[in-house]
Ligand binder design. Structure first.
Ligand SMILES: Cc1cc2nc3c(=O)[nH]c(=O)nc-3n(C[C@H](O)[C@H](O)[C@H](O)COP(=O)(O)OP(=O)(O)OC[C@H]3O[C@@H](n4cnc5c(N)ncnc54)[C@H](O)[C@@H]3O)c2cc1C
Length: 401
């Protein structure tokens, strides 16, 4: 029997994970083509921050060497954008004109960074932070010893600023809100993080609105709404991401913010799946790698003919931000009783919110050793009343009391 033709567009973290799962579940069943826009095969994007900071080497971020694809008899196409999805004929057309027919298609096209649309945003030296190629440009810039400005105080912006600072660049991090990572941290946790980042050599400006970028050909300064000017030769915009759905749109697939999928991660076109940051499931587009992996697994199972269902991912943030461990989950701002423990020596901050005898939210900065336990308590909704007074001191202490 002829093998079915499987095409995966997007050789990123979700695409590769889905491929690995399909190979494990249905070995030899598909004739596989993988198309990636980047010139290198899939790598660990999460490690790009550590690579920029010089904490890992380029070889550490690669996931599978090209010879692995060859050994699996996979046709790996790098450096090619799939531009058109022809739903009627069931093929994708690449920028070089090649058409690839499929029986099953997986769209794993990730996201594009959003660029701030201010005067000067098109100047040379105005960049975003998403790919291995971006790092090479930042490394070259760092050697010039000129200052840099990073716009956006979310995870990516902080990581970009920290990475450049580690390379000896004088960096200013400009953030519109009055605290860093405002969606993941409460005011006090964010203040502690800002202090830690400042101590690592990043100047942090909060409540700062970018009005324009100045320069003739290249960026030379960022102007803020209050008139301040920050001299720089590099501006990194890290203000958010947008699911990359153009290919799906070209094929007439329903999209909203991302490509709309059902619980099997299948689009409205039978045999066409979307996973990772480009997908929108039950109204949610995820921007962290764990949900992307869960979706990849569900799609692979469906493609292999197994029953599978994705119900959405519970959201917790568990990250190392510029070397500072940060965890947050649940509703940590709403009404409830807050237990707060600070250790200015470490420094660490722990805020636990309980409501009706249950843990409903948590923020940890500095010391996240108990994160998994708090996360379990939030999700299971068990009563914490019996050990409430010991809650802040961790599982071992609570169980001993
Ligand atoms: C610097 C950085 C640090 C991060 N740190 C963390 C972290 O600490 N924790 C965490 O959970 N997440 C982190 N993330 C987010 C995480 O990397 C993403 O959630 C994850 O990579 C999403 O996987 P994906 O496969 O959907 O998209 P991607 O990994 O972006 O892969 C998509 C691929 O598809 C390609 N592509 C797009 N369109 C086409 C097309 N038409 N034709 C061919 N190829 C195409 C793209 O070029 C790209 O290679 C970080 C991201 C960045 C940029």
């Amino acid at each position: 029997m002829a093998r079915r033709r499987l095409v995966i567009v997007g050789n990123g973290m979700a695409g590769l994970r889905c491929l690995e799962e399909i190979l494990a579940r249905a070995p030899g069943q598909f004739e596989i083509t993988v198309v990636g826009a980047e010139v290198v095969a899939a790598y660990n994007r999460v490690l790009l921050s550590a690579l920029l900071a010089g904490e890992v080497a380029a070889v550490d971020v690669l996931l599978r060497p090209e010879r692995w694809y060859a050994a699996q008899q996979i046709d790996l196409i790098t450096g090619q954008v799939a531009e058109v999805l022809d739903s009627a004929v069931r093929c994708v057309r690449l920028q070089n004109g090649r058409a690839i027919a499929f029986d099953i298609l997986v769209l794993a096209t990730g996201s594009d960074p959003i660029r701030l649309s201010v005067p000067g945003c098109g100047l040379k030296g105005v960049a975003t932070f998403r790919t291995l190629g971006d790092i090479a440009a930042f490394e070259r810039f760092a050697a010039s010893r000129r200052p840099a400005v990073v716009i956006g105080g979310g995870l990516l912006g902080i990581e970009a600023a920290y990475g450049l600072a580690r390379r000896g660049v004088a960096v200013t991090l400009v953030h519109l809100a009055d605290r860093l990572m405002e969606r993941q941290l409460d005011a006090e946790g964010a203040a502690l993080l800002a202090e830690a980042i400042t101590a690592k050599g990043v100047r942090v400006l909060l409540g700062a609105n970018t009005r324009a970028i100045h320069g003739t050909d290249e960026a030379q300064a960022v102007e803020l709404a209050d008139g301040r000017r920050l001299a720089c030769g590099l501006v990194i915009m890290a203000i958010g991401i947008r699911p990359r759905a153009a290919l799906a749109v070209s094929g007439g697939l329903p999209t909203n913010r991302g490509i709309i999928v059902d619980d099997r991660m299948e689009t409205s076109l039978k045999g066409v799946f979307a996973i990772g940051e480009c997908a929108e499931h039950r109204g949610i587009c995820y921007g962290l790698v764990e949900p992307c992996y869960e979706q990849a697994k569900v799609a692979a199972a469906a493609i292999a003919g197994e029953a599978s269902s994705y119900r959405g991912s519970a959201l917790a943030t568990n990250l190392k931000v510029s070397g500072v461990p940060v965890f947050s989950a649940g509703d940590f701002e709403g009404t409830g009783e807050a237990i707060i423990v600070r250790d200015v020596g470490v420094p660490s901050f722990r805020k636990l919110v309980t409501r009706d005898g249950r843990l409903t939210g948590a923020v940890l900065v500095g010391d996240v050793a108990e994160a998994a336990w708090y996360w379990e308590l939030i999700r299971s909704r068990v009563l914490v009343t019996p050990f409430r007074d010991a809650l802040a001191f961790g599982r071992a202490f609570a169980e001993a009391t």
